[in-house]
Design a protein around this ligand. Structure first.
Ligand code: SF4
Length: 217
């Protein structure tokens, strides 16, 4: 059994806790962010880099600030504003429809239940869990490809899909640390535990890692 709390606290000490995709340093996983902004920005972040998401998100929310405004926006204008994130047609259609549903069905308040979030266009478990963590401060684990890859590489879980990884991480990670996993693993995965040639010799948790034990040591 790995000392999961010790491992994660070590990572939190080395890698700053960050924002949701498209957020700023003020957006921490404590429920202090606007759930609508978390939701829309995380949808925009699909299949693009954080830098692009930030630019598109800033452009979008400087013009359309709430569900009612976004629901009424011309689709051509939305496509132009979010063009940096790619897939402008599909994403602009999805965010406009999300805004309409939040405005009409939920009285402008993003729901804080995962099943209702998952029913929205282009919203998968990672996006829904981001909303729960950053928008509502709930204990949840957004699992993207990086969290899935690193969790398996270290040997925290042995899973085939991000969905399975979310379930297994919830079994092995203390609940009070769930909301930090995504943000810390993303920073860790960019700087140290990179997909190719991870920097294992300077990794602060290498003594706990299965990959290090099998391939490097
Ligand atoms: S030892 Fe290497 S593979 Fe293991 S967590 Fe650290 S960087 Fe990643």
């Amino acid at each position: 059994m790995k000392p999961v709390r010790e491992m994660l606290i070590t990572l939190v000490e080395h890698f700053p806790i960050g924002a949701f995709p498209g957020g700023t340093n003020d957006d921490q996983p404590d429920g202090g962010s606007d759930p609508f902004r978390v939701l829309i920005s995380t949808v925009l972040s699909q299949r693009t880099k954080d830098e692009n998401t930030y630019i598109a998100s800033q452009r979008l929310f400087s013009k359309y600030k709430n569900p009612a405004e976004l629901a009424a926006a011309p689709i051509d204008d939305l496509m132009e504003l979010i063009r940096p994130v790619g897939f402008p047609k599909a994403k602009s259609k999805a965010i406009k429809e999300i805004a309409r549903i939040i405005h009409q069905d939920y009285n402008d308040r993003v729901p804080n239940e995962i099943d209702k979030l998952l029913a929205l266009p282009l919203v998968g478990r990672k996006t829904a869990n981001c909303v729960l963590v950053y928008g509502f401060g709930q204990d949840a684990i957004p699992v993207d490809v990086h969290v899935h890859r690193i969790s398996n590489r270290i040997g925290l879980v042995s899973t085939k899909t991000p969905e399975e990884t979310e379930i297994e991480l919830k079994r092995v990670v203390p609940k009070d640390l769930w909301k930090f996993i995504n943000t810390v693993f993303i920073a860790f995965g960019k700087r140290i535990c990179t997909p190719r040639n991870p920097k294992c010799l300077i990794c602060p948790i290498n003594r706990y890692c299965d990959y290090f034990t099998k391939k490097i040591r």
